[in-house]
Each structure stands twice: as C-alpha cells, then as structure tokens.
Design a protein around this ligand. Structure first.
Ligand SMILES: [Zn+2]
Length: 92
C-alpha cells in the first residue's frame, strides 16, 4: 500500500485517496482547438516509465486534490503538493 503525504493532513494511507488523473494535461483552447485536438485530450494518454505527475483526491480526508509525483515503475512517492503548486523538475 502507498502512503501519500497530503499537504494539509500529513501522511495517510492510499485507501483514503482516489486517483484523479494525469496532472500534466492542459485543456485545448475552447475557441480554436480542432476536433482532433479534443479527441487526443479526452482519449489518448501516454504510458511513461519513471516519475509522473498525477492528481489524487483525498476523498476520505480533507476532500482536497493533491498533486503527487510518483514513479510508476517502483510506486515511490517522490513529492506531493497542492493542485496548483509546482513539484519542481523531473516529472512527466
Ligand atoms: Zn488531506
């Protein structure tokens, strides 16, 4: 089981959190994006090896979103921060 350090609650068990998706996605422009850009944004995801930035929802705790940098190969939690904070270099 993973232990995720919530910035507001401290270290908590993974079972208190729900995975909420890729934290690196940026939404296409509502005014200028093509149908292909929307298709890629909604349906296509990479599967990178190594550190990856993810959003987790602390559903059984403070109910806030937490940005987590996790190595998807080893499951090591490298860093956590608020959803709008920058985790520093190294994530994908
Ligand atoms: Zn929390």
């Amino acid at each position: 089981m993973l232990e995720i350090k919530c910035p507001w609650c401290g270290p908590r068990a993974q079972t208190e959190f729900s995975y909420a998706g890729d934290a690196t996605l940026t939404r296409p422009s509502l005014d200028t994006a093509t149908e292909t850009e929307w298709y890629e944004h909604v349906y296509l995801r990479g599967n990178p090896r190594g550190p990856h930035d993810e959003l987790w929802h602390h559903a059984a705790g403070c109910r806030r979103f937490v940005k987590v940098r996790r190595d998807v190969t080893t499951h090591e939690i490298i860093a956590t921060a608020g959803p709008h904070e920058h985790l520093g270099g190294g994530g994908k």
